[in-house]
Design a protein around this ligand. Structure first.
Ligand SMILES: C[S@@+](CC[C@H](N)C(=O)[O-])C[C@H]1O[C@@H](n2cnc3c(N)ncnc32)[C@H](O)[C@@H]1O
Length: 221
């Protein structure tokens, strides 16, 4: 399903978020505060937008892009030729313990087949004190805009995305957001895997969230 939208993915991201997705990725990458030589894993890297931003913002770092979708990885490599790409799922990462100074996962956590396993793997491959940046959708806050966002995510976006990509992938988005934990629960869940959330913020009435995490020194609690 993911490979089916890969070619139109960037275009649709820009269109459906009116270009705001760039700002969210930039915000998350800025806060990684990398040192020269730091190695970063961009998990669920898709077409490599976050990896590209990491290398632009922190030119002394190196990035590995991991994703199970071969076509996404191919496009990521075209976009970022220096990117090392690895085809794998979050639930079974082919890296030794404490391999990375930082890890990013943008709009990917929601897609993990087993989020617990994925979070455990994130905690394992991050070195103690390593930084984590998560971007993810959530159900909007209650308020006047809630109905609009619900309509946009639930009705407008699947139709526009479906027409332009000829894929059912965008129909799956509202379902996966509904099934995903609310921000407080996600923070608690990450904490259980030794990933302490030290900052979070949202945009678009709580529809898009950034979480800054720190891998505890002791690892999994
Ligand atoms: C919405 S895209 C996000 C891509 C990119 N991070 C971005 O910000 O544009 C979600 C990605 O998650 C990947 N994915 C799906 N299941 C996964 C899993 N179990 N482990 C890792 N990545 C997964 C998909 O292949 C897809 O590329």
């Amino acid at each position: 399903m993911v490979d089916g939208i890969a070619r139109r993915y960037d275009f649709l991201n820009r269109l459906l978020t009116l270009g705001m997705d760039r700002r969210w990725r930039r915000y998350a990458v800025d806060r990684l505060a990398l040192e020269p030589g730091d190695r970063v894993l961009d998990l669920a890297c898709g077409t490599g937008d976050v990896a590209a931003e990491v290398l632009r913002r922190w030119p002394g770092s190196s990035v590995v892009g991991a994703d199970p979708a071969a076509e996404m990885l191919r496009l990521a490599k075209v976009k970022v030729p220096t990117l090392e790409t690895i085809r794998c799922s979050a639930e079974k990462l082919p890296f030794p313990d404490a391999s990375f100074a930082a890890l990013t996962v943008a709009f990917g956590l929601r897609n993990f087949a087993d989020r617990g396993l994925g979070l455990a793997e994130i905690g394992r491959v991050l070195r103690p004190g390593g930084r984590l940046a998560v971007l993810e959708f959530a159900q909007p806050h209650r308020g006047p805009l809630q109905r609009f966002y619900r309509w946009y995510l639930g009705s407008a976006l699947p139709v526009i995305g479906g027409l332009l990509s000829r894929s059912a992938a965008y129909r799956y988005l509202p379902e996966s957001i509904d099934a995903f934990p609310v921000p407080d629960d996600l923070v608690a869940e990450m904490g259980r895997y030794g990933l302490a959330v030290t900052e979070r913020r949202s945009w678009l009435g709580g529809t898009v969230w950034y979480y800054r995490g720190l891998r505890s020194q002791a690892g999994q609690d």
